[in-house]
Design a protein around this ligand. Structure first.
Ligand code: MEV
Length: 432
């Protein structure tokens, strides 16, 4: 199966919106209405109004008693395969959106991100126990493959009509105790994440596989190690553009490569390195209604595919440029699942304008790479805390009970004195 580097055909507003962060929320909404044609109803949904409340949440989980809100920020400046993307990100960590947008601006000035994504093939696993000679049933399973695929596809004719469906099997024998046979069903889920389809197809083919092998099916479930569904992005940045206060561009680039080598040599560091990558990917996953726990599971399992835990990105220098690349499973959809359950997700889709699962996967890979570079640039120069805590100061003031009209003032003073404790926030608030 070949990877694709797909170009979206939708007319896209520029993702460059200089000064957007300095506007108040009302002015930002006005800007979005102008650029993206958002309606008053859309804006109301963004504000947390409309029908997006506990009544919808009550239909989503058992024993529902409320909703927990996350801020939605826009990752700006992104250019992927020559197309502009305004990227919705739902995340509570203050520096994530700012860091991604800053790096996307720098990458844009060097030609933007290039990305590609494999077709949306999920793996569904059927565990077969009690087969006396697991290796001996291989030929029988190969012979039965057309029937297995027909059985799976009969459950989802619409998916087949869209050009997807089960299109192959893999047979594995695990040297576990007891030894067991595992049959993988490979399913092209087109623009869906595909968890329900994969699980459903696994359940539907299990009796037939039992018949063919003489074994007993137990687990029938998708694999979150979606390594048939990888997304990749890379970028090349002129080192001079990486300059930061007190640090020349080449020095920052050297620091980024040294940070990468640290992660490549040490799983303790690689875990944190990859956490930074997933800061961005999860935020987009949540803002597009995708299963971010599945993304996390796939990413970390993939990071350990060579028998040790490794970084998901790679950075190197040549010819005055810093080069970076990322590759990881990206099981995301633009239709089905929970992608449209909450009406606000439809509004965010109007901003992002990803027309297919593969297009979304490519953008998310680029965001992961940007997020990682943002963290490494800060870590390799002034350190992470200054920028992070400056942005965090407002959350500290809010959590300390400072009234909303005083938040910015108190946060600025916290930054000035370099004390980000709730008691300092209360002291400042009471002193005026
Ligand atoms: C914090 O959320 C993410 C970082 O720790 C990532 C990293 O260390 O690379 C800053």
């Amino acid at each position: 199966m070949t990877a694709i580097a797909q170009t979206a055909s939708l007319e896209r507003p520029s993702s460059r919106m200089p000064g957007f962060y300095q506007l108040d929320v009302v002015s930002r909404h006005r800007e979005l209405a102008r650029r993206f044609g958002l309606t008053d109803e859309d804006l109301d949904l963004l504000r947390g109004g409309g029908t997006d409340g506990v009544s919808i949440a009550d239909k989503m989980v058992e024993n529902c008693v409320g909703v927990l809100r996350l801020p939605i920020g826009l990752g700006l400046n992104f250019q992927v395969n020559g197309q502009d993307y305004v990227v919705p990100m739902a995340v509570e960590e203050p520096s994530v959106v700012a860091a991604a947008s800053n790096i996307a601006r720098v990458v844009r000035a060097s030609g933007g991100f290039q990305a590609e994504a494999d077709p949306s093939v999920m793996i569904a696993q059927v565990q077969i126990l009690g087969v006396n000679d697991p290796d001996g049933v291989h030929a029988a399973l190969v012979n039965a493959t057309p029937e297995i695929l027909d059985t799976a596809n009969a459950r989802h004719p619409n998916m087949v009509a869209r050009g997807g469906g089960a299109n192959g099997i893999e047979i594995r024998v695990l040297d576990s105790v007891p030894r067991m046979l595992v049959v993988h069903l490979l399913i092209d889920c087109r623009d869906a994440m595909g968890a329900n389809i994969a699980n459903d197809m696994a359940e539907s083919v299990a009796p037939l596989i039992e018949e063919v092998t003489g074994g007993r099916a137990r687990l029938r479930i998708l694999s979150n190690l979606a390594d048939r569904r990888l997304a990749r992005a890379h970028c090349t940045i002129r080192e001079a553009l990486l300059e930061r206060p007190g640090h020349g561009g080449p020095d920052v680039a050297r620091g980024v490569v040294e940070a990468y080598r640290f992660a490549a040599a040490d799983p303790y560091r690689a875990a944190t390195h990859n956490k930074g990558v997933m800061n961005g990917i999860d935020a987009v996953g949540i803002a597009t209604g995708n299963d971010w726990r599945g993304l996390e599971a796939g990413a970390h399992a993939y990071a350990a595919r060579n028998g040790r835990y490794e970084p998901l990105t790679r950075w190197w220098r040549s010819d005055g440029h810093l080069h970076g690349e990322i590759e990881l499973p990206m099981a995301v959809g633009t239709v089905g699942g929970s992608t449209r359950v909450q009406p606000v997700l439809g509004v965010l889709q109007k901003l992002l304008r990803a027309q297919s699962a593969q297009e979304l996967a490519m953008v998310m890979a680029a965001v992961g790479l940007a997020q990682n570079l943002g963290a490494l640039c800060a870590l390799a120069s002034e350190g992470i805390q200054r920028g992070h805590m400056s942005l965090h100061a407002r959350s500290v003031a809010l959590a300390a009970g400072v009234s909303e009209d005083r938040i910015d003032d108190v946060a600025a003073k916290l930054v000035r004195i370099g004390d980000f404790s709730p008691s300092a926030a209360r002291r400042i608030a009471e002193s005026v």
